[in-house]
Design a protein around this ligand. Structure first.
Ligand code: FAD
Length: 476
């Protein structure tokens, strides 16, 4: 196809469902040619991981919000389904695109699609341009002295902060160019409802809808609420699951409804001179997100392969369906684990401290392969993230980069006594225990509670079994 130099622009939005600080969109706005903005539901391209059920719910609402935002600025969102490369080629041809814009992604299957499209565009006289929007630091720019990538978090984050400035975010375009048309009018769009991203029969999404406001507005509300309050005590607040001590930005960051550059700038605007230590701790959590994405960039199969190959010989117990279901449904008999798993089921999110305890229980006390837990989280988390989910599971399992040592086994009773001493979090998600008074809530079996499961396994015994399996790995 010979594109005319005064052709149209095609903006392909992916994990960047926002107007603010969206360099691809901003560039199309700057150019001013008629512009097609497309989102593609790609469940067919090789290696692209299909979204889990909770993420599909989120995506539906996020696209709805994005479409409204685009329309308010004179544009519109085109929805298409299919192998992304094919869809873009067709749409670019149909709209006589001279420019193709997108913000970069970092998983290998996605990079392969993008690279092939760049080649195709070059052969067809289309200028394809990609931008940095989703990570503060590009994976290929952070290198150790020896030229490799960092496998340990602290030096990684230090190198990021010492070597590069974080760019300023771009404002959302006030108006967007008119939609591009072909000879036959505006390109057709699928109906969002037709994608059936929302659960039906049964519709289990009531708890998600009550908890979240997907979309750019919702992200901004969360960011402002957090920066106006909880961030000041983040260092301690982030460990207490019974209070809203963290930002709850994770699903918004996952879908790119808020730019990490915007978060960074807002922090700097409020603390122009010195970043207080609680705020620094929060920023370092954003650093873990960067670290995990860099790991995925360098290890595309992070969700399926042990980062430390020594773990390939680990003797996991063969999956016990009954135990697995008890864990999934929050019926292990250990309140902290159960409250977490029910929070996950009801709201699509779980507090980080509880994620660690629940994951440790599955991997260590039930000796279950971390990949099985990772898949469950992938399906149930609204923030299910291709890098953060596997990297954190591997961190808990001990098979990951800079991981918690395998022999560090979270004790769910000690953890809940320490971080939820009054049982506020437990009572919120475990109505059966609402009547249990005092410290017994952490160990309901001591109070002879009716209607609450007896512990699935004994902690000391299952701990010993895990340590033995680990010892065998080291000796083997
Ligand atoms: P905040 O404490 O407010 O942190 C701000 C942001 O920093 C988060 O939104 C997130 O983007 C990032 N962040 C915080 N902690 C981590 C971390 N440990 N690793 C990477 N980034 C982090 N996070 C996901 O975003 N998606 C996942 O699929 C995911 N799966 C996890 C699985 C397990 C087993 C564990 C232990 C953790 C997982 N996490 C995951 C990390 C962490 O639990 C969540 O990012 C955090 O709880 C989100 O809540 P928040 O936005 O309030 O976090």
């Amino acid at each position: 196809m010979a594109a005319s130099p005064d052709g149209t622009s095609l903006v392909w939005l992916r994990d960047d469902l926002r107007l603010d600080d969206n360099p691809a969109l901003a560039e199309a706005a700057r150019l001013g040619n008629p512009t097609t903005v497309v989102y593609i539901l790609d469940e067919e391209s090789e290696g692209v991981r299909p979204l889990g059920a909770a993420a599909r719910w989120w995506l539906h609402h996020s696209l709805d919000a994005l479409a409204a935002g685009l329309e308010a600025r004179g544009s519109r969102l085109v929805l298409r389904r299919g192998p992304a490369g094919d869809v873009i080629r067709k749409l670019a041809t149909q709209t006589n695109a001279g420019n193709l814009f997108w913000n970069r992604r970092y998983g290998l299957p996605e990079r392969n699609i993008d690279a092939a499209l760049k080649d195709w565009a070059a052969e067809n006289g289309i200028e394809a341009s990609s931008f940095q929007a989703n990570l503060l630091f590009e994976p290929w720019t952070v290198r150790t002295g020896a030229g490799g990538y960092y496998k340990v978090y602290s030096p990684f984050w230090r190198a990021c902060l010492d070597s590069q400035d974080v760019r300023d975010p771009l404002d959302a375009p006030e108006a967007l160019p008119e939609p591009a048309a072909s000879g036959r009018g505006l390109p057709a769009s699928d109906a969002l409802a037709g994608w059936k991203l929302l659960p039906a029969s049964p519709d289990w999404s009531g708890g998600l809808a009550a908890t979240w406001e997907p979309g750019e507005q919702g992200a901004l509300h969360r960011l402002t609420d957090f920066l106006d309050g909880p961030i000041e005590e983040y260092g301690t607040g982030r460990n207490i699951p019974g209070v809203e001590g963290t930002s709850r930005l994770s699903p918004h960051l996952r879908f790119g409804e808020v730019s990490p550059f915007r978060v960074w700038r807002e922090i700097r605007r409020r603390h122009p001179r010195k970043v207080p230590s609680d705020v620094g701790i929060f920023r370092s959590e954003l650093g873990w997100r960067e670290f995990n994405w860099h790991l995925l960039y360098h290890n595309p199969d992070l969700a399926t392969r042990n980062f430390r190959p020594a773990f390939d010989n680990f003797q996991w117990a063969s999956p016990n369906q009954q135990e697995l279901e008890a864990w999934q449904q929050g019926r292990t008999g250990y309140p902290l684990v159960d409250a977490g798993m029910r929070q996950l089921w009801q709201t699509g999110w779980m507090h980080n401290r509880v994620r660690m305890a629940a994951a440790s229980f599955l991997v260590k006390n039930l000796l279950t392969d971390w990949r099985i837990g990772e898949e469950w989280f992938w399906d149930t988390l609204v923030d299910a993230d291709a890098a953060n989910n596997p990297a954190n599971w591997q961190w808990v399992a001990g098979s990951g980069a800079d991981a918690s040592p395998y022999y560090r086994i979270f004790n769910p009773v000690t953890q809940s006594k320490k971080f939820d001493p009054e049982g506020r979090y437990l009572r919120q998600f475990l109505p059966e225990l609402a009547g249990v008074e005092g410290k017994a809530i952490h160990e309901p079996w001591t109070a002879g509670t009716d209607g609450y499961p007896t512990p699935l396994v004994e902690l000391p015994e299952s701990r010993e079994r895990a340590l033995e399996a680990y010892q065998n790995l080291k000796d083997g």
